[in-house]
Design a protein around this ligand. Sequence first.
Ligand code: NAP
Length: 251
Amino acid sequence: MDSLFDLTGRTAIVTGANTGLGQAIAVALARAGAAVAGVGRSSMDETGALVEAQGAPFLAIAADLGTIEPVARIVDEALAWRGRLDILVNNAGIIRRADALDFTEADWDAVMDVNLKSAFFLSQAAARHMIPAGGGRIVNIASLLSFQGGIRIPSYTASKSGLAGLTRLLACEWAAKGVNVNAIAPGYFVTNNTEALRNDPARSEQILARIPAGRWGRPDDLGGAAVFLCSDAAAYVHGAVIPVDGGWLAR
Ligand code: NAP
């Protein structure tokens, strides 16, 4: 059974790997045997140490995904490092909060550029290599806002709903070419992304009361789903958006 989930010898790119869910995914992939290239605009030192503690190689790739300018270089640096690219996890993401009546164009564009545009063009750059090389895995980090509306986060909901649609489109185009494209929809996790919610006692209590598991997610709750989707165990899984949400959507 173990070999079904073994990622030994594979190379993964994880965006936004310096902290939160991206860091936990990087460590989980490393624990399963993958070499990990962490992409982001902040120091990757902590993640590098955690990945290397799993006995896996780590490379930091400095890039700001607020534009698509770095996407080709990111893939080139990973290929120059290990000579292969098997996995891309589009995890980097931002959120901006304001009532829809007051929401600005700047907050719309900033969120859409990181969460959706860069995820698409980095997927394109990765698949241009993966397809001729025989295949690969792409995992997009979606959200409950891929299924629900939410409040005060219009560009976030649009971007994550768009990312779920994009996951399905890319799966339809690339499944027969050997690239599995899927997504994970995390529920409410304790990271920087949810700091404002957790600091609001009323919202925080409402959210907790709806989670069947009775607790917020911890970043390492997400690693298993990521390893699964990147492994041979998920060879016939295409275009899925898998909730890891403590049961939130089941409620
Ligand atoms: P986080 O701690 O805020 O992490 C976001 C990551 O994205 C950080 O590594 C951040 O880097 C990176 N990032 C943001 N803008 C970037 C840019 N322009 N260029 C490169 N990297 C950039 O939050 P998180 O919860 O771990 O979020 C990870 C993903 O999970 C996001 O896509 C988020 O939408 C999604 N998600 C989170 C939750 C949750 O409950 N936490 C739920 C559903 C979905 P810096 O540290 O440099 O900003």
